[in-house]
Design a protein around this ligand. Sequence first.
Ligand SMILES: NC(=O)C1=CN([C@@H]2O[C@H](COP(=O)(O)OP(=O)(O)OC[C@H]3O[C@@H](n4cnc5c(N)ncnc54)[C@H](OP(=O)(O)O)[C@@H]3O)[C@@H](O)[C@H]2O)C=CC1
Ligand SMILES: O=C(CO)[C@H](O)[C@H](O)COP(=O)(O)O
Length: 476
Amino acid sequence: MQTKKADLGVLGLGVMGAMLALNFADNGGFDVGLYNRTHEKATRLKAENPDLAERLHPSETLQDFVASLATPRVIVLMLSAGSAVDEQLAQLQPLLEDGDIIIDAGNADFNDTRRRNALYDGTGLHFVGMGVSGGESGARHGPSIMVGGSAEAFKRLKPLLEPIAAKYDGSPCIDWLGTDGAGHFVKTIHNGIEYADMQMIAEIYAILRDGSGLPAGQIGDVFADWNTRGLSSYLVEITATVLKEVDTETGKPLVDLIVDEAGQKGTGRWSVIEAQKLGIGATALEAAVAARCISSARHLRLAAAEVYGDLGIDAAIFGTAPADIAELESALETAKIVAYAQGYTVLAAASEEFGWNLPMGEIARIWRAGCIIRSVLLQDIMQAYEGGASVQNLLLVPAFAERVKLGQVALRKVVAKAAAAGVPVPALSSALAYFDDLRRGRGAANLIQGQRDFFGAHTFRRLDREGVFHHIWPEA
Ligand SMILES: NC(=O)C1=CN([C@@H]2O[C@H](COP(=O)(O)OP(=O)(O)OC[C@H]3O[C@@H](n4cnc5c(N)ncnc54)[C@H](OP(=O)(O)O)[C@@H]3O)[C@@H](O)[C@H]2O)C=CC1
Ligand SMILES: O=C(CO)[C@H](O)[C@H](O)COP(=O)(O)O
């Protein structure tokens, strides 16, 4: 029987919740109350972890769960995003008391988080939207934690959360990033960048597989090698592992047997929707979300392959010489910098729009370990913001400009070759197009303004004089 009240409770013991609960018990040494809609998961978690069992306290009812927690309570929700969170909040609210803190630690649409924060305002309860990244293993051993909500609530949560967070050079990858939805917004953009990163890696894989004709294992070796330098990151590391894995039943590379339809739970889409709402062109993120959608339309792709399959891919265009592989490496590294620059631009715009004053360098700091997009690049991004430097766009920071000036040559060649060969590289090419768009002082939107004024009297500004003008255009 539980005699001592638990230090906190975890509600929702799916993949992430179960691992977070173990992390709290193990690395935090906390007593953890457990509750799950399907009760068996709570009892099983305790039974399967005898070494931590004395700190795990499952309850069968929500009432017992709430009663098992020390006051003021801290309850971590780890549920599927959306209505599940609202339902649980509604059931919890009458059981809670002044000062209790409820954390939504799942992925949430930050608009929901803002709405929920507003609901709790003035109730004496605190609602905290908190992004957690690192997948199952991160949740168990140390995720990157992006906290929103009130600074006051964070002060109380810090001693509970720091011990379970990932550590980079001993420093915990957790911080309070701003009020209401700030934590979930930053997690959403993290995932948008994650989508872009994964898509670009997949495009390079497609080039090596369909353009260069390399088998999966050898492509895995290429990624493993790249992981020792500028591209060093969790995603490149796991790419190498996934590519080298062999299916024991068939003896074939497992990746060759996996259906080419990418799932998505919504965070990538949210990142792009919010970028659009803020008026920011995050084209690599957009391309990555769109590519997942196209991947899911497998029947359509198979039908199109029947119609256009004879066009094939020109395999003579991409080589496998060390210089060819190095070109791909440089292209990927450059496009990745562009994707991060886009993600950070969305963060900056949101910070301004919602008055969060997001600590940009700190976000890079807490992404350096634990999270899915952890990479050596984040160290450079952190440095770009050092001393609170105001950064308009990462591509304008001298250290990145130098790298991109060199790397764009490879990116341009790879995108051009891919177009010629017939290998789709939507994220790499949108990164290149963004860069080219950004670097030209004079774009082509003057024509669009002319067209808009023609059909809708939308007016335009002129380069040679101040003011707003409408022209009487000749009839078409
Ligand atoms: N998996 C990952 O890599 C990551 C996931 N996340 C986020 O964490 C959250 C949880 O994800 P994950 O653990 O993977 O998901 P799972 O599907 O493994 O677990 C979902 C949990 O939500 C509960 N649940 C679902 N619907 C309801 C409902 N209507 N009422 C009560 N409980 C409900 C489930 O209960 P039951 O057992 O009864 O079904 C289960 O405990 C999500 O928001 C996800 O986006 C964040 C980072 C990484
Ligand atoms: O948040 C995560 C990683 O950071 C989750 O794994 C999320 O589910 C990934 O998104 P998707 O399922 O859409 O690929």
